[in-house]
Ligand binder design. Structure first.
Ligand code: UN1
Length: 510
């Protein structure tokens, strides 16, 4: 396949790299990477041994000594060049993401675009690592805060955004002066290997030491657990399920390390009486079936006012009937496969539980087989009528299952339903009514990290801080002032006088 060649992905690949140096261990066997698109093996990877893990982090710690002293705008210049390389590789990398993960080619390309955008953002950020200057209460004193890099930052990413989520962490983390150790998902390691090769072109051209950007492919037990417990790693950013995050938080907290958690969502769209359905319906459909329902921002619940419930239900049924499922590499298709057979099993299990809990499936629910669906990973998207309180509705099932929930009273009732889950990532409301929109955004409104008006729950821009509340973990990545989590703050007080006034007016004479 031409795109694999272009990205220097071979039939067998090493999974550990500090830059130009690549390693991998055959002692744990080879990790075979299957495409959910056609079920074929794309390539295989030699994962890391415990020793290779240790050596890589050591290299990252050594490189930090150089990188932290490189002026931040010069670090930004390196990131600018990475953005340029990504522009050149956009088609090949977008195609690999689509083929390895199963999202549509449009979304694969979109993910590379997110990487390019965060590079541009990080370049600007490299000149804006601002601290405040405060007025000192003491005479001839200066008081200000400054930000220093943290050290080695670990980044653990999930299969569903095999490139973009890493880049939010890595590009911001790198302009802040940190070195990065990336553990990609074992389901999508080839995208990570391709990216590492792109990055290495830039670090080599700039004569940078090995160890600024590192990847370690390996299992959770072999690599992930070590990384969480590793005292040399000041900050660990974890994207994954709430279960994974809960464990990670415990292990990192036990050594008083820092964590950025971006975990599960259970995102809802509220469709009010006054909603513009011309925009609401396509927004709900895209947010529910995009990436085959495997975004943390996927719309899982649509909370519809009684007055428009039947109209919305009919419009959704019609839209779902027109969806084309098939190879994500073909532009005509709206929805590709789930990541693997296990994900299909979870989809089936969730539908069975849903029916046991009195949910009513009104569209879809079948696993597709034969012909172009040979990989066994293609499923029909589902519409189901439920009550918000059902246990299955309270959970995040990483599949294209959309729950329809009715509300009959005021928008306060809809907001209460939307907040009545344990997760708190993304939320949206469709309304033409200013009072409803403002209420949704107020302190008594949506309790999520992301709140949108007249648009879907997915597809956030990189310029905002991305993350959620409650069991979504509370972390923030990407834009706005999320960079501060990747640095340590230092409050500095300088006495430029010749006396020693004490704070709070305390007198101490000797
Ligand atoms: C994720 O699913 O982990 O907002 C990230 C979005 C994308 C990122 C999703 N920009 O849908």
């Amino acid at each position: 396949m031409q795109f694999l060649k272009e990205l220097a992905i071979d039939a067998h690949n090493y999974g550990v790299s500090t830059g130009k140096n690549w390693h991998g261990s055959k002692q744990n066997g080879e990790l075979e990477v299957f495409s959910p698109v056609d079920g074929k093996i794309i390539a295989s990877v030699y994962p890391a041994s415990a020793e290779e893990y240790g050596d890589t982090v050591k290299q990252a710690a050594t490189a930090f000594n150089v990188w932290r002293l490189t002026p931040a705008p010069q670090r930004g210049e390196v990131i600018r060049q990475i953005g340029e390389e990504l522009r050149l590789s956009k088609n090949a990398l977008g195609t690999l993401i689509s083929y390895e993960m199963g999202k549509s080619l449009q979304e694969g390309l979109g993910e590379v675009q997110e990487m390019i955008d965060i590079c541009d953002f990080a370049v600007g950020q490299s000149r804006q690592l601002y601290g405040f200057t405060m007025a000192s209460e003491r005479q001839e004193h200066r008081l200000y805060d400054q930000y220093h890099p943290l050290g080695v930052v670990g980044v653990i990413t999930a299969f569903n955004f095999p490139a973009a989520v890493w880049s939010w962490n890595a590009m911001i983390g790198a302009v802040c002066g940190n070195t990065l150790v990336w553990k990609p998902s074992s389901k999508t390691p080839l995208t990570a290997i391709a990216i590492q090769k792109i990055i290495t072109k830039v670090t080599t051209a700039n004569d940078l030491p090995e160890g600024i950007f590192n990847i370690i492919v390996g299992s959770g037990a072999e690599v992930g657990e070590r990384l969480l417990a590793d005292k040399r790693i000041g900050l660990v950013s974890v994207t994954g399920s709430t279960k994974v995050g809960r464990h990670a938080a415990k292990v990192v907290a036990a050594r008083l390390g820092k964590c950025i958690l971006e975990l599960g969502g259970n995102n809802a769209v509220i469709v009010t009486e006054s909603a513009n359905l011309q925009t609401a319906i396509p927004a709900v459909v895209f947010s529910a079936v995009g990436t085959a329902g495997q975004r943390c921002t996927t719309t899982r619940r649509v909370i519809i006012h009684d007055a428009v419930y039947d109209t919305v239900k009919e419009a959704l049924l019609k839209a779902y009937a027109s969806l084309r499922i098939g190879s994500p590499l073909e532009e005509k298709n709206h929805m590709g496969p789930l990541i693997d057979i296990n994900a299909v099993k979870e989809y089936e299990q969730a539908l069975q539980t849903l029916q046991e809990q009195s949910g009513k499936v009104i569209f879809g629910g079948n696993v597709l087989s034969g012909g172009e669906f040979l990989s066994g990973c293609y499923v029909e998207p589902v519409l189901a009528e439920v009550e918000n309180k059902y246990e299955i509705v309270q959970q995040e099932t990483f599949a294209p299952i959309l729950y329809l929930i009715r509300y009959s009273g005021s928008v306060e009732e809809a907001i209460a339903l939307q907040n009545d889950v344990t997760q708190g990532l993304s939320s949206s409301i469709f309304t033409e009514n200013l009072r409803e929109a403002e209420l949704f955004l107020s302190a008594s409104g949506s309790d999520c990290g992301l709140a949108n008006v007249n648009m879907g729950t997915s597809g956030a821009e990189i310029g905002g801080a991305f993350g959620g509340e409650k069991e979504t973990g509370g972390g923030r990545e990407s834009g706005s002032d999320a960079w501060k989590a990747y640095m340590r703050r230092q409050t500095v007080t300088i006495n430029y006088g010749t006396t020693l006034p004490l704070a709070q007016g305390i007198k101490f004479e000797i």
